[in-house]
Every structure is written in structure tokens, then in C-alpha cells.
Design a protein around this ligand. Structure first.
Ligand SMILES: [Zn+2]
Ligand SMILES: [Zn+2]
Length: 119
């Protein structure tokens, strides 16, 4: 199957990559945590998903974000399914509080604006 590679964006022959492999591979399939990569981004290049820990970690972050958003999981629920947490605190908070984060940002801006008022 030809299509757009998830990582490089080139139109190539694609291979399906399970974001969480090994023992987590069936869960990756179950929750749709797969991406389509060209052979170079998948396994050939030095920075491909199967040869670079950095690229694998980037995909792990994407996968956790996707799973938590689509399944409405907390961090703990994600860890229960996939064994560990890949996102930092700010990223987790943004997923768990999609509405609050916007309100908090507005409130913060109001405080900032208030600080420069002359009264
Ligand atoms: Zn590619
Ligand atoms: Zn793969």
C-alpha cells in the first residue's frame, strides 16, 4: 500500500508500525496505536523507529497522547495497559484538563493585564 509516511511525509510504500511493541503489541493493535511508515523511517535509517530510541520515544509520546485522548484514560489507566508513562507533567495535565487549561490561561492573562493598570 502506498501512502504518506507518518514521520517524513513522503509518498512511499508503507509498512504498519506498532507504536508499543513486544508484549504490548496486541494492545497496540486493539487500541489502534499503529502508524504507517515508509521502510526508511520504519527500519532502515539510523534514526528509524526500530533503530533509534529517540524516534521510538517520540512515537511512544504520540501513542500515549492518542490513547489517553481517545479512550479518556487517566495516566494510571494508560500505565495499567502499557506499563509506563511517557509524557511529562504538563502534557498529562493538558490531556486530563482540556477545558480547565484554557480557563486557567485566560485567568493568568487577566492577572498579568491587571498588574499594569494604574489603579
Ligand atoms: Zn518516512
Ligand atoms: Zn515497526
Amino acid at each position: 500500500m502506498k501512502g504518506i509516511c507518518f514521520l517524513c511525509g513522503n509518498y512511499e510504500q508503507l509498512e504498519e508500525h506498532h507504536i508499543f511493541g513486544g508484549a504490548r503489541r496486541p494492545a497496540s493493535t486493539k487500541y489502534g496505536l499503529t502508524v504507517h511508515l515508509c521502510p526508511w523511517c520504519h527500519r532502515i535509517d539510523a534514526d528509524s523507529a526500530h533503530r533509534s530510541g529517540k524516534t521510538a520515544d517520540l512515537l511512544h509520546k504520540y501513542g500515549q497522547h492518542k490513547a489517553m485522548t481517545e479512550q479518556r484514560w487517566s495516566r494510571e489507566e494508560f500505565i495499567a495497559h502499557f506499563g509506563k508513562n511517557y509524557l511529562d507533567e504538563a502534557q498529562i495535565w493538558g490531556i486530563e484538563h482540556p477545558d480547565d487549561s484554557w480557563e486557567n490561561e485566560s485567568a493568568f492573562q487577566l492577572v498579568e493585564e491587571g498588574a499594569v493598570l494604574p489603579f
